[in-house]
Design a protein around this ligand. Sequence first.
Ligand code: AMP
Length: 219
Amino acid sequence: MKNIIFIAPPAAGKGTQSALVEEAYHLPHISTGDILREASLAQNELGSYLLNVLSSGGLVKDDIIYDLLKKRLSQPDCQNGYVLDGFPRTVEQAKQYEEILRKLNQELGYVIVLDVDEKSLEKRITGRRICENCEAVYNINDSKQAPKQESICDLCQGRLYQRNDDNIESFHYRYQTYLEKTHPLLDYYREKGVLYIINGDRDASEIFKDIKKIIGEGD
Ligand code: AMP
């Protein structure tokens, strides 16, 4: 199975789609945001640096990202493909990633962009809630995605929380960062012939159908 990279602005649903691909195709879902959020909890210099950058909505230094990513991609479960959610975020990272791939003897695979406009993203960001136990994602601003009971996960009864960068101020900064630094990746990957853009402003199941059309039904 080929590797998959999801590129999307904040809260466009790349985490949700990555999880659907993980489940259906048995590929590990590697979210640099999740890895960084976990590392930010450590009571050390790296932890406090990450906590600061994550809450501001800026990008974490490249060297830290490459280090964490190389470690994760060298694990045995990545040998038959994986889903990257949140990396690369700049053309520079994309170039470095190709070096990492060469060393690991892996191919680039598919690059899938979820296209969602700014107004919808704003609504999603402020309503997004995540289960602290199973990480299921809900949205209290959308009746189809809201939990049945307030602040409780439908699946495991875990408590729902809001990411501390899911607020309007941080969103605007993250969205600008996306436009300036990440969006140029579309041309970069278009030229390589690996880019697929899909409308991300629909139900998760409809989006996932389009993804399956691109990557096939699996083994
Ligand atoms: P995400 O969960 O993808 O929205 O990422 C949350 C935050 O983690 C971002 O706003 C960045 O601060 C940081 N982050 C995630 N991936 C990267 C990356 N590839 N490069 C730099 N910073 C990143």
